[in-house]
Design a protein around this ligand. Structure first.
Ligand SMILES: Nc1ncnc2c1ncn2[C@@H]1O[C@H](COP(=O)(O)OP(=O)(O)OP(=O)(O)O)[C@@H](O)[C@H]1O
Length: 337
């Protein structure tokens, strides 16, 4: 069931079109990710939903109610930003109590709600700490708890992990997914990081120049990008023009081929199959833990190949000749303009 519905949202700043007629439906309980390069309008779209920016046109419905004319505080929407914006002189409990006190709830109810949400974000033992005594990851969990404790009907997350270092970022990413599943809170998360989008999003909308180019599940976006922009932005697929792919496989072909590096198999094709076989030369080898990444060349075309590596198994050295097989049904093909 559609829970949040955006229809024809448009916004200009002067002559610049920032949001160019955005239509988007988000299901109840969904974690929806807005993914796109810097400046494509992700944050502006998120702020439009929250009411912090007023679009020039379009309608926004949340749980069946038109909200585009409502004041931000009347929309029942929670927001978490990249920078935590916690009150530095207040404890974690006081930071969380702030919004609840404004709602004039009695102390006992406030404390119960705070305890419940601290348990969700695993910070029960930090209730009396001040922000300066917390790590970046813990501060961001407090910021998340502060939004959750107000029981919003929609949660908006604007690059919530991007100020954190790589290891904490990955841990908090997994935790965020767990918390979102546990609370069942309909959420929209903005990021420009494809790994984050693919691991967090039930569905992903890829944005470019104020438009949504594709909305689909992570695997669909990854393996079946709707256009070249999405193909280039997501993952590390080999993108070969029709002419290049024709040269590679030695047959006429009239579409751009999107072939992920792990789709190439090292070794001969099994007989009777419809696999293509090409003779290739290893140009470069990088052993990266459980995978080996190769740059290979065949018929004058360079491309990336990725193979699983086993312990005690030699990788192919640069200069080695090998045979590659490709199953075209594991590739994705786009008509050329
Ligand atoms: N108040 C404003 N006045 C004029 N232009 C603005 C304003 N706010 C944003 N913009 C412009 O709108 C465009 C979209 O900005 P937005 O912050 O939504 O992009 P984004 O996709 O979130 O980028 P990033 O990932 O870098 O945060 C940018 O070109 C930006 O310069």
């Amino acid at each position: 069931m559609t829970y949040l519905d955006l229809s024809a949202i448009g916004l200009r700043y002067g002559d610049n079109v920032i949001l160019d007629g955005i239509d988007l439906s988000v299901e109840q309980g969904e974690m929806h990710v807005l993914l796109g390069p810097s400046g494509c309008g992700k944050t502006t779209l998120l702020r439009s939903i929250a009411g912090l920016v007023q679009p020039d046109r379009g309608a926004i419905h949340l749980a069946g109610r038109a909200i585009e004319m409502l004041h931000p505080k009347d929309r029942g929407i929670g927001m978490v930003f990249q920078h935590y914006a916690l009150f530095p002189n207040m404890t974690v409990r006081q930071n969380l109590a702030f919004g609840l006190e404004q709602r004039r709830l009695v102390r006992k109810v406030i404390d119960e709600k705070i305890d419940a949400v601290l348990e969700i974000v695993s910070l029960q033992n930090k209730a009396d700490a001040r922000p300066r005594q917390l790590s970046g990851g813990q501060k961001q969990r407090v910021a998340l708890a502060r939004a959750l404790v107000l029981e919003p009907s929609l949660l908006l997350l604007d690059e919530p992990l991007s100020a954190l270092d790589a290891q904490i970022r990955k841990r908090l990413r997994d935790e965020l997914k767990r918390i979102q599943r546990r609370t069942g809170l309909t959420s929209i998360l903005v990021t420009h990081d494809q790994d984050e989008a693919l691991s967090l999003g039930d569905r992903i909308s890829v944005m470019n120049n104020g438009r949504i180019t594709q909305t689909a599940s992570g695997p669909e976006i990854f393996y079946r990008p709707a256009d070249l922009f999405v193909a280039k932005f997501i993952g590390n697929a080999n993108i070969l023009t029709a002419a290049e792919f024709s040269r590679l496989i030695g047959r006429d072909f009239d579409q751009t081929a999107i072939i992920h590096p792990h789709v190439f198999k090292i070794g001969k094709a099994s007989e009777g199959s419809n696999l293509f076989e090409v003779a290739a030369t290893v140009v470069e080898t990088v052993a990266a833990g459980n995978v080996v990444r190769y740059v290979m060349q065949a018929n004058g075309i360079m491309f990336n190949v990725e193979a699983q590596s086993a312990m005690n198994e030699e990788c192919l050295a640069a200069g080695t000749g090998t045979t590659l097989s490709i199953n075209p049904s594991n590739g994705h093909f786009l008509k050329e303009n």
